[in-house]
Design a protein around this ligand. Structure first.
Ligand SMILES: [Zn+2]
Length: 295
């Protein structure tokens, strides 16, 4: 069986074709059309899947199909919390099954990331794995024994939207002072601008802190402190065998040294041994993970 994976992103939709052994055979991407509505997204996705199968001269019955989405498949099969908002409230998975006449696996993109890193990336060989996507936002996914665990409401791993700051800003999730507002790139940048009046990107704040700018040093220190506190929340709750970090901020090397020191400060153990791993698949994790959750 070939494996088709589709990563439906906010700006681009990528697809991949893997051999039965998991070797990449073909990959392509199309722009995700904005403001064209649900039917157009369904049409684009089905066409992309058919084209991908055609690259191997395969019929769909020779393939498994999996899709990662920037949202959650709710317990009733309807899409929730998607930033491609036309999907919300629609039975996207069932519609694709109908159009393709083929089963379709569908998971949240953070779950796909976690699956990919468990299966062929940094978290290979670990049983209970928490995946973190730390970028503009802050998402998470949970895999146990190489399988995604969605939870009763489909929100397992959504620790980025736990309220940790009652005095914080209202999040799009409808929750005040989310973890996301404390440790995501956009959270750091908006806090910096609010307090200093200067718009700076997080990498610039890091660079200036490195050059001994006192204000930037203070903000970077605050970020690591919050990172430690929020990750300790995960460790104390599920005590995973490994944590793997993806997203734009995963490139910050200090996360794996200073960041881990701060986790140690807040975790309820004096001897923190949890491996905090940098992802190995980079931007490709989403599309590989989609292939691995295919049906
Ligand atoms: Zn939130």
């Amino acid at each position: 069986m070939f494996k088709i994976g589709v990563d439906l992103g906010g700006t681009k939709t990528e697809s991949i074709l893997l051999s039965a052994e998991g070797k990449e055979m073909f990959r392509t991407r199309i722009p995700t059309r904005k403001d064209v509505g649900y039917d157009a997204i369904v049409a684009d996705t089905t066409e992309l899947i058919r084209n991908t199968a055609a690259q191997a001269n395969a019929s769909l019955s020779d393939c498994t199909i999996g899709i990662g989405i920037p949202g959650i498949v709710g317990p009733d099969g309807l899409i929730m919390n998607a930033n491609t908002t036309c999907l919300i409230g629609n039975p996207f998975q069932a519609e694709l099954v109908k159009q393709l006449n083929h089963p379709v696996g569908m998971e949240n993109d953070a779950n796909c990331f976690t699956m990919a890193e468990c299966t062929q990336g940094a978290a290979r060989g670990f049983d209970l794995v928490f995946g973190v996507i730390l970028g503009t936002g802050c998402g998470g996914g949970l895999a146990i024994g190489g399988k995604v665990r969605r939870g009763m409401h489909g929100i397992a791993g959504e620790w980025g939207h736990v309220s940790v700051d009652p005095a914080g800003d209202m999040c799009y999730s409808g929750i005040i002072g989310c973890v996301e507002s404390r440790i995501s790139g956009s959270g750091v940048e908006s806090r910096f601008q609010k307090q200093t009046g200067t718009p700076l990107k997080f990498p610039e704040i890091l660079a200036k802190a490195d050059a001994n700018d006192e204000v930037c040093k203070k903000h970077v220190d605050f970020f690591f402190e919050e990172f430690g506190r929020c990750m300790a929340l995960v460790i104390n709750t599920i005590d995973p065998d490994a944590i793997v970090i993806g997203g734009g901020l995963s490139k910050i090397d200090l996360l794996y040294s200073e960041g881990v020191k701060r986790i140690q400060k807040y975790a309820f153990t004096k001897n923190l041994r949890t491996p905090v791993l940098k992802n190995q698949l980079g931007d490709s994790a989403g599309v590989f993970g989609a292939a691995w959750i295919g049906l």
